[in-house]
Design a protein around this ligand. Structure first.
Ligand code: ADQ
Length: 517
C-alpha cells in the first residue's frame, strides 16, 4: 500500500526553499519522509501551457508530481475562490468574503484538471490523502472518473457553522461533494459539529454518529488535532541557544537583559497581529513599570500579497507599530519590533526559547502550530508562558496556557502582565502539562492516527479520551501503512476541549532540564 498526498502547493526539495512559512508544508514533509509515497500538487509556478501529463521525480523516499497553473487559474482558483472566498468564510469573516462565479468556475476547473493529471499516476491499492480547502471537490472529481481507492481529506483551517457557510453561493453543491471522501479529518470537535451540521442543513445528509450519508456515499467525519515534531523542535531550540546562531544573536542582542514577548505568524488577518500590537500598547499604558524592561518581537513574513486585504494588513501593522513606538518608546528602548521575513526553523526555535512570553492570539485558527512550537522550545527549568487565543484550535488541547479572547484588548494586555509576573513554580507546572500534551499528540501521532483510520483500523468515533484513561491496543486489519504506523492505537486520543485551566493529557516523559537556554 502506498501513500499519495495531494495538496495545493508542493515544494520540491531541489527548488531549495529551505524556509517554509506554511504549517501545512511543514507537517506534510515530515509525514511523507517518514512513510514514503507520492506528493502531487501545484508547483507554485505559472505557465501558459501546463503539461498534459506528469512524470514523477523521486527524491529519497518521496516521488513528486507537480503541475504549473495558468495565470488565469492562479487568479481564479488560488487568489480568487480559495483565498478571497473560502479562506475568510472558513475563518468566520463574512465581511471579507468576495465571491464571483468566474472564480468558482476556475476553482472547479483546477480540481478537474488535478483529477485528470493524478489518475494515470494512481495504483489500485494507493491510499489518497487530500489536504485543505483548495481541493474540497477533488475526491468527487476522482470518483466521477471511476477511482475507487480509499480517499481521505484533512481540513487544516476552521469549519464555520452552517449559518455562516450557507451564505456562500453554491455552498450546498460544494459541501455535498465531501461525501466522496471516506474520511474527513478536522482539527477540533467544534469543526466536526459544524461540518456535520452543514451537511445535514445544506444538503439533507443523513447522520448516524460521526457517519454522514448522501445518496450512495458515506463519509466518517472526525477530529484529528495536528501536532508538531516536539522532540526535534526541543533539540533545535536547545542547540540554537547553545550555538548562539547569528539571527538569534542579532535579533536578541539589542534587548540586553530585557524580557522578550514573541509573536510569530504569516502576515494574515486571521492571526490577529494588529489587535496583538494594540494589546501590547495597552499593556504598557496600563503597567508603566514595565516600560523599558520588555519588548515585543513580532515576526510576520508577508503571504498572499497579491490579495488586497493582505496588502492592507501589511500597511496597518506598520502604522500601528509606528504609532505605538512613537507614543511609548524611549531614546534607548523601542517597545515593538515587527520583522517581515521568514526565519530558519533553528532561529525560530532559539527565539521562542529566549522569549518569556509566547503571544499566540489569532482571531480564529484551525490549530496554530506556533503555540505548540513555543511550548516545545522552552527550557523546562525556566520556561516561558504561552498566552493563547480561545479561538485557536490549539486552545482545545492547551488549557494550561493563559487562554484569552483576542477581541478583548484589555484581557490580552492583562494576560501579558500575568505571564511576565508569573512565579517559576507556576510556570513550570503549566509547562509540564502543556509539554505532556503536545508530546503525546505530536506529528507522528497525528499522521499515524489519521492514516490508520483511513486505511481501516477500528478507531473509535470521537477524538477524545479523558486524561488518565488507560491506553488500549485494539484491532488490526494489517496493511503496509498501518503496520508501519502501529503506534496509532497506543496513544491517547487528545484531551477534552478546555477553555480554561487543566485538562491536559498525560503523555511522554519530560526531557531532562537542559543546561543551556
Ligand atoms: P498556517 O495558517 O500557516 O497553517 P500555523 O499553524 O500557525 O499556520 O503554522 C505556521 C508555521 O509556519 C509554523 O510552523 C511556523 O513556525 C512557521 N512560520 C511562521 N512564521 C514564520 C517565519 N517568519 N519564518 C519561518 N517559519 C515561520 C494552517 C492553518 C493552521 C494549522 C496549520 C496546520 O491555518 O490553523 O495549524 O495549517 O494544520
Amino acid at each position: 500500500m502506498r501513500l499519495v498526498v495531494v495538496s495545493n502547493r508542493v515544494t520540491m526539495p531541489e527548488r531549495g526553499e529551505k524556509v517554509a512559512a506554511g504549517g501545512l508544508a511543514v507537517a506534510l514533509r515530515s509525514a511523507l519522509e517518514q512513510h514514503g509515497g507520492l506528493w502531487f500538487g501545484w508547483s507554485g509556478a505559472v505557465s501558459s501551457e501546463p503539461a498534459a501529463q506528469l512524470e514523477p521525480v523521486k527524491h529519497g523516499k518521496v516521488s513528486y508530481a507537480v503541475t504549473d497553473l495558468t495565470e488565469a487559474e492562479r487568479q481564479s482558483y488560488y487568489l480568487g475562490f480559495a483565498n478571497r472566498a473560502l479562506w475568510p468564510l472558513m475563518h468566520y469573516r463574512l465581511g471579507l468574503t468576495e465571491f464571483t462565479r468566474a472564480d468558482y468556475a476556475g476553482y472547479l476547473g483546477v480540481n478537474r484538471r488535478f483529477a485528470r493529471l493524478l489518475i494515470p499516476l494512481l495504483k489500485p491499492d494507493d491510499v489518497i490523502w487530500i489536504h485543505d480547502y483548495h481541493l474540497i471537490p477533488l475526491a468527487a472529481e476522482l470518483r466521477r472518473r471511476g477511482v475507487t481507492n480509499r480517499i481521505g481529506y484533512f481540513h487544516h483551517i476552521p469549519w464555520p457553522p452552517a449559518e455562516v457557510f450557507g451564505s456562500l453561493p453554491f455552498s450546498s453543491t460544494l459541501i455535498s461533494t465531501m461525501t466522496a471522501y471516506d474520511l474527513i479529518g478536522l482539527q477540533t470537535q467544534n469543526d466536526v459539529a459544524n461540518l456535520i451540521g452543514g451537511l445535514v442543513a445544506l444538503c439533507g445528509a443523513h447522520r448516524d454518529g460521526n457517519r454522514v450519508r448522501t445518496g450512495q456515499r458515506e463519509a466518517v467525519v472526525q477530529a484529528f488535532p495536528i501536532g508538531i515534531d516536539v522532540e526535534g523542535f526541543r533539540k533545535l531550540a536547545q542547540a540554537s541557544i547553545r550555538a548562539a546562531t547569528q539571527p538569534v544573536r542579532a535579533t536578541t542582542a539589542p534587548l540586553g537583559s530585557r524580557k522578550l514577548v514573541i509573536g510569530v505568524d504569516r502576515l494574515d488577518y486571521s492571526k490577529g497581529i494588529v489587535q496583538r500590537l494594540e494589546a501590547f500598547g495597552t499593556f504598557l499604558r496600563n503597567h508603566p513599570e514595565y516600560r523599558g524592561d520588555v519588548g515585543l518581537l513580532q515576526i510576520a513574513p508577508p503571504s498572499r500579497s497579491d490579495v488586497p486585504e493582505y496588502a492592507e494588513l501589511d500597511r496597518m501593522s506598520d502604522e500601528v507599530a509606528g504609532r505605538l513606538n512613537a507614543a511609548l518608546g524611549e531614546f534607548d528602548w523601542t517597545p515593538i519590533r515587527v520583522v517581515k521575513k521568514a526565519y530558519s526553523r533553528s532561529a525560530l526555535a532559539g527565539l521562542y526559547r529566549r522569549a518569556q512570553v509566547g503571544l499566540v492570539t489569532p482571531m480564529r485558527d484551525g490549530m496554530n502550530l506556533v503555540a505548540k512550537e513555543y511550548v516545545a522550545a522552552q527550557n523546562p527549568s525556566n520556561p516561558g508562558v504561552l498566552v493563547l487565543s480561545r479561538f485557536a484550535g490549539a486552545a482545545h488541547q492547551l488549557g494550561e496556557a493563559l487562554i484569552v479572547n483576542p477581541f478583548d484588548t484589555h484581557e490580552v494586555a492583562e494576560a501579558i502582565r500575568t505571564a511576565l509576573a508569573m512565579p517559576l513554580s507556576e510556570r513550570q507546572r503549566r509547562f509540564e502539562r502543556l509539554y505532556a500534551t503536545i508530546s503525546s499528540t505530536d506529528i507522528d501521532w497525528w499522521t499515524s492516527r489519521y492514516l490508520a483510520a483511513l486505511s481501516g483500523l477500528d478507531i473509535p468515533s470521537g477524538d477524545i479520551v479523558p486524561p488518565g484513561r488507560p491506553k488500549t491496543r485494539r484491532n488490526t486489519r494489517k496493511s503496509g501503512i498501518t503496520n508501519s504506523l502501529a503506534r496509532a492505537d497506543m496513544l491517547p486520543q487528545a484531551s477534552q476541549p478546555t477553555h480554561g485551566k487543566g485538562g491536559a493529557a498525560r503523555g511522554k516523559a519530560l526531557p531532562n532540564a537542559p543546561s543551556a537556554g
